[in-house]
Design a protein around this ligand. Structure first.
Ligand code: PGA
Length: 227
């Protein structure tokens, strides 16, 4: 079965030319389903079967300087949008704001990719992690048809550190999220690379990956999406 692999380019690359070049070097006929999420400013330049945004605003228009609305994403035929990434939560995004974004995305028929895992630490056991995630999931999915949402479990300590969670831990957490919230697809994210990707993709309940750093290296990312 095809899994979902999402590339989160974050604030990279620094020119539109490099963004177009990177997108054109990613296989379009990969074994897994792939979504490229470039910075907002490059969304209209990237041509790839599935393109996603890294964030959005919960209002569709109005006096909201610097924001991007779901209507604008829809107009560009964007199919996915990451919300609640730990890097956004760290700069002030609350669970309520994230919930508003999810409602807005679903109304526009754009698939939200809800990131959870902010506030977890490396030494916590599975039950403690579940406790923290529950707060983020209860609030983020409030009033939402969770079967239409992709959830990405990203323990914050694993992001960009080169230290990934164990595939068995990712599997356990995925089982919990699917069972309790009826979410169809749960991804794992946090220091995924071409070497460890297969260990996560082999887990039955891990529905795919959210990849940061390794998605900026075409050779490495092509290895991940073709497993
Ligand atoms: P990383 O980032 O793969 O560089 O750890 C993942 C993410 O932040 O989505």
């Amino acid at each position: 079965m095809k899994k979902l692999v999402v590339a989160n380019w974050k604030l990279n690359p620094t020119t539109a030319k490099d963004a177009v070049k990177l997108a054109s070097s990613i296989n379009i006929k990969a074994k897994n389903k792939v979504v490229l999420c470039p910075p907002t400013i490059y969304l209209s330049s990237i041509s790839y079967p599935n393109v996603g945004a890294q964030d959005c605003f919960w209002k569709t228009s109005g006096a909201f300087t610097g924001q991007t609305s779901v209507s604008q994403l829809k107009d560009l035929k964007i199919k996915y949008c990451i919300v609640g990434h730990s890097e956004r939560r760290a700069t002030g995004d609350t669970d309520q704001m994230i919930n508003g974004k999810i409602h807005s995305l679903l109304e526009a028929k754009i698939t939200p990719i809800l990131c959870v895992g902010y506030g977890t630490t490396v030494l916590q056991d599975d039950l403690e992690v579940v406790d923290i995630l529950k707060h983020q999931l209860d609030a983020g999915l409030n009033g939402v048809d969770a079967s239409k949402v992709v959830v990405a479990y990203e323990p914050v300590w694993a992001i960009g550190t080169g230290k990934n969670a164990s595939p068995e831990h990712a599997e356990k957490i995925s089982i919990f999220i699917k069972a309790k919230y009826k979410v169809g697809t749960v991804l794992y994210g946090g220091s995924v690379n071409a070497n460890n990707a297969k260990d996560f993709l082999r887990q039955q309940n891990v529905g795919g990956l959210l990849v940061g750093g390794a998605s900026l290296k075409a050779g490495e990312f092509n290895g991940i999406i073709n497993y």
